[in-house]
Design a binder for this molecule. Structure first.
Ligand SMILES: [Zn+2]
Length: 409
């Protein structure tokens, strides 16, 4: 482990780190150890020897003086069959252990001008770290060719806002304790919910069904994000997309909130408590209600927009928007392949049809678009949780029209 011994010295010298221009690098150690592209090729268990192979290949390519900084997820310690060397290295400060290694690796590489050795394209970090796309030459992966480990350009390419939000969406769902890869959670995602708590403020706004993502209890029960009481099932959901609402014109796009939009369940988007729809001033799932958002959201009318998702066929769908005679109006920005066409005013009380990448601008200040994912189609449709027998005395003619029988499961 000669290379790792000098890696440790390198890490010890981190305080005197040089600027860019050298071949000093930070290594995503968990990513290396788990990589089936490294010997033993194809093995899907982590192996500590893989790190030594990558460090050797890096120094072979860029000289023995290239220093490497090691950063690993804490979970690697538990996952390795023999974590002895890792434990020793950690005890001597030769490796940084973090619950989420990405959040150490990227700022370290940015601030010290380091190369990054990983096969992770960090798509979910592109907004916070725009330098990734500006510096593709600083990202290096590996391959094993004729039993030799070789360093190769990772091939960072720009990704669209949709791809970034898709990657972030999975993390957001985790943050709210919903994981689309978890069978129990997928059932929750694909079930229509209602909060039956008569003193719940959200239940009062959304009498018919919960319009935001539910939370999940440790035992796998769907919970109301407002009152933390168990939700009642209303049966399966139809096709589901996610809408992203953000402050307009800022990069990175500051998100105000996200909510699910189900086929044939129209939703009103507006501002103020008690509206029967999505209230942009009250995101129960996050603390992102900073003052910066308030000014933008103040441009949105109380009942601003009606959104509906229409399924034309199994693979074709469209978003329909109707401006509800809002004070500051609604515009549409059409995606033209490489950018957005100039915005155009949407007449009030008329239907505007949008495709996947078009976006709406509310009051000139808040933008609204679909995120990249269709839940049912891409994840498959697990059996929904059967409806809870509840006496629903809140239902009225006015609200009944917002509920339709799902076309398919
Ligand atoms: Zn509730």
């Amino acid at each position: 482990m000669e290379d790792l011994d000098s890696a440790r010295e390198g890490a010890g010298n981190a305080a005197r780190e040089t600027a860019s221009g050298t071949w000093d690098a930070v290594i995503d150690v968990s990513n290396v150890c788990w990589s089936p592209q490294l010997p033993p090729v194809g093995r899907r268990r982590p192996s500590w020897e893989r790190l030594d192979l990558v460090v050797s290949a890096w120094r072979h390519a860029h000289g023995p003086g290239a220093r490497v900084h090691l950063v690993a997820d804490e979970s690697l310690m538990r996952a390795l069959e023999d974590a002895g060397e890792l434990r020793q290295l950690a005890a001597h400060g030769g490796i940084t252990m973090s619950q989420v290694a990405d959040s150490v690796i990227l700022p370290m590489a940015r601030d010290r001008g380091l190369h990054v050795i990983t096969r992770d394209h960090y798509v979910d970090h592109r907004v916070e770290h725009p330098w990734i796309e500006r510096s593709p030459g600083r990202f290096h992966g590996w391959d094993t060719v004729a039993e030799q480990v070789q360093i190769a350009p990772l091939g960072i390419t720009p990704v669209s806002a949709q791809e970034v939000s898709l990657a972030r969406e999975i993390k957001d769902l985790k943050r709210t304790r919903l994981d689309p890869k978890n069978q129990v959670h997928r059932r929750i995602l694909h079930t229509r919910w209602k909060c039956g708590n008569t003193s719940c403020t959200l239940a009062a706004s959304w009498q018919e069904q919960l319009l935001v993502w539910p939370l999940v209890s440790p035992s796998g029960e769907a919970m109301c994000p407002a009152c933390d009481q168990p939700l009642a099932s209303l049966g399966p959901r139809a096709q589901l997309h996610e809408v992203v609402v953000a402050v307009r014109g800022e990069e990175p796009e500051p998100e105000i909130m996200r909510f699910p939009l189900e086929t044939d369940v129209p939703v009103i988007v507006g501002r103020g408590r008690g509206i029967k729809g999505i209230d942009l001033t009250m995101d129960p799932l996050s603390d992102r209600r900073a003052a910066a958002y308030r000014n933008a959201v103040l441009r949105v009318s109380r009942l601003h927009l009606l959104l509906r998702l229409e399924e034309i066929s199994a693979v074709n769908w469209r978003l329909v928007a109707i401006d509800l005679d809002s004070t500051n109006g609604t515009e549409v920005e059409r995606w033209a392949g490489t950018g957005f066409l100039p915005s155009r005013e949407v007449g009030s009380d008329k239907e505007t049809f949008l495709s996947a990448r078009d976006r709406l601008v509310l009051g000139g200040a808040v933008q609204l678009r679909l995120s990249g994912r269709r839940y049912n189609a891409e994840l498959g449709f697990p059996p929904p949780i059967p409806p809870t027998p509840v006496v629903d005395d809140l239902r009225s003619d006015a609200t009944a029209q917002t509920t339709t029988i799902p076309r398919r499961q």
